[in-house]
Design a protein around this ligand. Structure first.
Ligand code: ATP
Ligand code: MG
Length: 403
C-alpha cells in the first residue's frame, strides 16, 4: 500500500462485509464499529467518521497521517478492507479528472477500472464508468486494459452524491467489532495458548476481562509481568482492557495438603473456573475462555475437561480445541504475542504438581476428592486478594466523544 501516492485530503473508505450480512442487527453492529474507530482516532481531533451505504467514511485527516491511521485501522475487528482515495462530485468529468491525477505519477503497463455504484439512480451505469474513466487513464498512461491481472486497479465507488477514486486498498482483520457479541472472562496464563484464544474470541466480537493466577511467593513474578505485557499486545486490538491478578498459592497449599495428589491439577483448575465465574458475574460477562486444545497435555483430555468445566457457572469457550500446537504458534507470531509467551516463567501449578496426573478423572471421584474443602471460604479469600489493573493501548485518549 505505501507505494501508492496518498492524496492531499484523503478519505478513508471502510468496508465491512460480514456485519453487512446481518440484516436485523446491521445498524447496531455499524454503530459499535463506528465507535471503535472513533476511539482509535482519538488523538486526531479533526477526524470525522460517517456512515454511507454499507461503508464508513473517515474524513478530515492529512495525507501524512495515512500510514499511522491505516496501521491502526488494520487492527479494528469488523473491518474487511480499507481504501484511501479522493472524494469528488459524482459526475463523469470529476471522476475522470480524479483518475488522471491518481495515475499520473504511477508506473504501470496494464490497468483495470473497478467501478461500483451504491445505488442505481445515477445517469451512468457501472459499464459507463469503466469505459469513460478507463479512457481517461489511457490518455495519461497509454497502458493497456487487462481485467484479469492488471498492474494497477483503479477503483471508483459512487456513494450517494459523491464518488471515491482510489488505487490503494489494504485488508482489515475481518471478524466482528469488539463488544458487539458481549463480554467474556479469559483464563489468561502466560503461555502461548491463552493469548491466542483471547484474540480469536475478540475477533468474534467479544470484549474481554482477563484473569491471571500466579504462584508467588513460591514462584517469581515472571508470569505476572508476562501477563501484563501480553495484555498490552491484546489492548492494541481490543482497546482498554482489564487484567485481574490473583495470588493462587493459598488455594494451592490447601488443595495440596487436603486432597489426593492425582486430582490436584483438576482441582486447581476447578477453583480457577469458580473464580472466573465470580469475576464474570461482577463484570457482566457471559462466558469463560481458555486456551485448551484437545490432548495437548494430560489435563486436556475429554474426561478432564468435563470435570473442570463442571465447576464453571458459564459456558466455557475453547477456540483452540481443534488446533495443533504449531498452528497456535504461527498465530501467536502473527498477533505479536509469540516473543513474550516464549520467555520462561515458573508455572504456578507445576510447583505443586503431582507426580502422577489422572488423565481420565471421573467426575464423582473429583467431587468426592474436594468434598472436605470449604470452597466458598476459599473463594472469598482468593477474591479478597484480587487486584485489577487497567491496561491501555498506545493510542488511548480519555473521553473521546462521538464525533
Ligand atoms: P497456555 O499456553 O495458555 O499457558 P498450556 O498449554 O500451558 O496453556 P495448561 O497449563 O494446561 O495449558 O492451561 C490450559 C488453560 O488453562 C490455559 O490456556 C488457560 O486458559 C488456563 N490456565 C492455566 N493456568 C492458568 C493461570 N495460571 N492463570 C489463568 N489461566 C490459566
Ligand atoms: Mg500454561
Amino acid at each position: 500500500m505505501p507505494h501508492f501516492p496518498i492524496p492531499d485530503a484523503p478519505v478513508f473508505i471502510i468496508h465491512y462485509h460480514e456485519i453487512g450480512l446481518k440484516r436485523g442487527n446491521q445498524s447496531y453492529f455499524e454503530s459499535i464499529l463506528k465507535r471503535n474507530i472513533q476511539r482509535r482516532l482519538g488523538d486526531f481531533p479533526e477526524a470525522r467518521v460517517r456512515h454511507a451505504r454499507n461503508r464508513l467514511l473517515v474524513r478530515g485527516l492529512k495525507s501524512e497521517d495515512a500510514p499511522e491511521v491505516l496501521g491502526r485501522l488494520q487492527k479494528v475487528f469488523g473491518i474487511a478492507h480499507i481504501s484511501v482515495g479522493t472524494e469528488v462530485e459524482a459526475t463523469m468529468s470529476a471522476m475522470q479528472a480524479a483518475a488522471r491525477k491518481l495515475v499520473q505519477e504511477l508506473d504501470f503497463d496494464s490497468f483495470a477500472v473497478r467501478p461500483k455504484r451504491a445505488e442505481k439512480h445515477y445517469p451512468f451505469t457501472s459499464m459507463d464508468i469503466g469505459r469513460e474513466v478507463g479512457s481517461a487513464v489511457w490518455e495519461v498512461s497509454h497502458a493497456r486494459v487487462d481485467l484479469n491481472q492488471p498492474d494497477l486497479e483503479v477503483y471508483v465507488e459512487v456513494v450517494q452524491d459523491k464518488a471515491y477514486v482510489f488505487a490503494a486498498r489494504a485488508p482489515g482483520p475481518g471478524g466482528l467489532p469488539v463488544s458487539a457479541s458481549g463480554r467474556a472472562v479469559v483464563l489468561f496464563s502466560a503461555g502461548f495458548d491463552a493469548p491466542v484464544a483471547a484474540w480469536r474470541m475478540m475477533k468474534r466480537g467479544l470484549s474481554l476481562h482477563l484473569v491471571h493466577f500466579h504462584g508467588q511467593p513460591h514462584t517469581d513474578d515472571a508470569s505476572v509481568r508476562k501477563a501484563r505485557e501480553l495484555a498490552s499486545v491484546l489492548a492494541e486490538w481490543h482497546g482498554r482492557i482489564r487484567l485481574t491478578i490473583i495470588a493462587f498459592a493459598p488455594a494451592q497449599e490447601i488443595i495440596a495438603v487436603e486432597t489426593p495428589q492425582r486430582f490436584r491439577t483438576i482441582l486447581y483448575r476447578r477453583m480457577m473456573m469458580r473464580v472466573a465465574t465470580r469475576l464474570a458475574w461482577k463484570n457482566r460477562a457471559r462466558a469463560l475462555i481458555t486456551g485448551e486444545s484437545l490432548g495437548q497435555v494430560a489435563s486436556q483430555t475429554l474426561a478432564n475437561m468435563a470435570a473442570i468445566e463442571d465447576a464453571a457457572g458459564f459456558p466455557v469457550l475453547r477456540p483452540l480445541i481443534g488446533f495443533d500446537k504449531q498452528e497456535i504458534l504461527d498465530e501467536a507470531q502473527r498477533i505479536g504475542t509469540y516473543d513474550i509467551s516464549a520467555r520462561p516463567h515458573d508455572e504456578s501449578c507445576t510447583l505443586f504438581m503431582p507426580r502422577r496426573v489422572a488423565t481420565a478423572a471421573k467426575l464423582e471421584e473429583v467431587i468426592e476428592a474436594e468434598s472436605g474443602l470449604d470452597i466458598p471460604w476459599m473463594l472469598d479469600q482468593l477474591m479478597a486478594e484480587a487486584e485489577t489493573e487497567v491496561i491501555l493501548p498506545s493510542w488511548w485518549v480519555d473521553g473521546v466523544s462521538n464525533r
